[in-house]
Ligand binder design. Sequence first.
Ligand code: COA
Length: 335
Amino acid sequence: MYNSRISGLGFYVPERVVTNDELSQLMETNDAWIRERTGIEQRRYADPAHDTTTSMGVRAAQMAIERAGLGPEDIDFVVFATLSPDYYFPGPGVLVQRDLGLRTVGAVDIRNQCSGFVYGVSLADQYVKTGMYKHVLVIGSELHSKGLDMTTRGRGVSVIFGDGAGAAVLSREEDPTRGILSTHLHSEGQHAEELSLLAPGMGKRWVNDILRDNDPEDTSYYPYMNGQFVFKNAVVRFSEVIMEGLKANGLKATDIDMLIPHQANLRISQFIQQKFGLSDEQVYNNIMQYGNTTAASIPIALTEAWEKGKVAEGDLVVLAAFGSGFTWGSAIIRW
Ligand code: COA
């Protein structure tokens, strides 16, 4: 048995900055409401002529592979987490295999929304731990802006989300005290529809149904979120899964050097920070600049934190996520 460690990190966000004021030209919202409820000041929107979920993921991955001191030929497996794939099928994992010119390695797509990256890290960790693969590429990427309801009807959801991608390479680590110490994953499908996008899907409404009905009131192909219910569940599950991870390793909240929470809402992050008695320096937040980028939020935040020297060798780094499904998880890492 080996451990796995994060050997390289990268991220990519599109150039176009969209401020809260810009959104208020499209729908009845305002900068004060968005800042106060979510902490978000701006987000990035992809240029649909150039950026796709896959292309953004590829750019983040290229950076991560290079920083790991590796080349595309070294990657043994691809894990791609997204809720906004380029195609209904095939998933973006195989497109990364093609666009990065990887060997004909396996590629898997993860459908766990905001928890997607933590699930991806967990999956990759198992492959590396068992010795099956030496270097696994994990990508989280989202292109939300194309699929949001940009009218007042959709404002409760649309103002929150942004586009971007982050990536990590997980590599074999011989030192058992270093790297990913453990991961903890959960789901509660009872609340599946509370944060969801139901169509097109074979369960409710396929494209044929949407075209046939041509109903301007049909919102089934826009994301739906029961905001307050999600918020209440998020704060509980975030706390539980961080605690579970610490306990599993005989650690306490005071051992945490850096917590990277999924960037769902600054108020959720602040609640967790307070609950665990962490200082501003011990929690990394960038939702103010990028909004909620779902599967991309943790790898973008982790890469930024690392680039700024906020994550150093020997540090205890905790990743934690909660989102649609509901799904949630944590990863406890000795850097
Ligand atoms: N601008 C202005 N007003 C808005 C608005 C917007 N963008 N979105 C909603 N409102 C209005 C509502 O229509 C409502 O008006 P009403 O009282 O006249 O009916 C009012 O603001 C309050 O709406 P509500 O949905 O109760 O707000 P909230 O305090 O719950 O905040 C969220 C909304 C989405 C910010 C909050 O619920 C949240 O962050 N939830 C968790 C989201 C999350 O983490 N999602 C990702 C999970 S991974």
